[in-house]
Structure formats: C-alpha cells, structure tokens
Design a protein. Structure first.
Length: 239
C-alpha cells in the first residue's frame, strides 16, 4: 500500500536518476475510489521561470520507501499527457482535504489521509479528520476500503455511519464527535470552498444544508465539555 502523505510533495526522478519535478497531488477517478495518476510540477526553467504542470498515469510510477521514480527521460505535456493519463485531467479529483459524507449525504469531516494499492490504485483506507480537538488527540476516523463509494456531488461518500467507524489513537468517540460537529458548524457558516479538479485545482463549493448548520451548532455546544473530558481521559490512557 502507498500512503498519500508519502507521495504529495515528493520529488520525482526519471531515467538515469534525472530530476523530473515534484509530485503536487495524487489524482483520483472522477467517481470511483481509486487513484489514476499524479500531477507533477516540472523544475523551473533556468531555475527562475516556472513551467506548466503536467500529469502521469499511475502505471508508469514506481514507489520506493523514500522515492518515487519512472523510466521516462522527460515529462509528457499537453494532449500527450492527458492521453497517457487516460482521463480528461479536468475531470479528475484531488481527495486531500475533500469533504466526506455519510450514507445520508451528511458531511462528517474531511480527508486527512489515505492509502491505495500501487498497482490498481484502489483506495484501501481513508482517514477522516475534523482539524480540531479530535485531530490533535489522534482522534481520526478510519474507513476501510470496502466502505468507500467514491466521489460525487462535492464529497467523498462512504457507506458507514460515523458512529460505527473505528477511531484512531484510543480517543473516546465523544471527543471526535464533538470536534466533527464543531468543524461542520464552522464550515456550514462559511461555505468553505474546496479544491477538487486534479488538473487545475478548480474549486467546488461544499454546500452545507441549513439543518446541518443548525444541528451541528447545537451538537457542538452540548458535546464540548464531554469532548474536553474525553480528550483528557484519552491522554491519561496513553500514559
């Protein structure tokens, strides 16, 4: 399995060890839960002039413990890059930071990490975080591959209710739920824009329904004290 955090931002080397650029994002299928390639930023020409990014299909990449490489002498560009990728790059999706929705379509957090098969690209695991108390205390939710539906309508969809998901780090579920509720309320109020297009980072708007904002705010108020207590209890358990 390949962890997305070990790829995005890593240098890409080509034939004879030549530096081809930096992997900026892993690109995912427009709807299915699988990686299809990567976006690459070439080295700046003459060190100072930036060059247009391009794409590589997953099939040409080799993932080592500390490197990502391919056998290419140079990067494909334009139409050749799109044809090699096998998809119109404009339709691919960047999952990092993407909202995650439960079976009812309710947003429960965002993608903080994932692992996928280096050959097929199939997503094997999804880590859902809130960016608040739950993340600080390692309180992310772990979603197995067979519960991941794929991308659609501005979010990554799963088939499991948040209450049935396994939490990482040993933190009590109450803390994670409280943090997710608080985060959802903040996102609903601000209608956060999330980058989605693998080709251009073209933004899509994750529109929170009015009842989600209201319920999330109320839940956050009710569970904040429980969240703090659970956080402290979790820290004592880790000790």
């Amino acid at each position: 399995m390949v962890f997305i955090g070990d790829i995005e931002g890593r240098a890409l080397t080509g034939a004879d060890g030549i530096a081809l650029g930096t992997i900026t994002n892993v690109l995912f299928h427009p709807s299915e839960p699988r990686a299809v390639g990567v976006a690459v930023r070439p080295p700046a020409a003459l060190v100072v002039i930036s060059r247009k990014g391009t794409y590589l299909p997953l099939s040409v990449l080799s993932f080592g413990p500390e490197s990502v490489s391919c056998d290419l002498a140079k990067l494909p560009t334009g139409r050749k890059a799109a044809e090699a990728l096998g998809f119109d790059p404009e339709t691919t999706v960047i999952w990092t930071g993407m909202p995650v929705a439960d079976p009812r379509g309710k947003e429960i957090g965002v993608v903080r990490g994932l692992a996928f098969d280096e050959t097929s690209g199939a997503v094997d695991r999804l880590d859902i975080g809130s960016g608040t108390v739950a993340d600080v205390a390692h309180g992310r939710y772990l979603v197995p591959g067979d519960a991941i539906v794929g991308f659609g309508q501005g979010a990554v969809h799963i088939t499991t209710e948040v209450g049935d998901l396994e939490g990482s780090g040993g933190l009590a579920v109450a803390a994670a739920r409280g943090a997710v509720a608080a985060s959802a309320a903040a996102r609903a109020a601000g209608n956060a824009v999330v980058g989605a297009s693998g080709a251009t980072g073209k933004a899509i708007r994750a529109v929170a329904k009015a009842d989600l904002a209201k319920r999330a705010t109320n839940t956050a108020k009710r569970t904040w004290r429980d969240s703090v207590k659970a956080f402290r209890d979790g820290m004592r358990d880790d000790e």
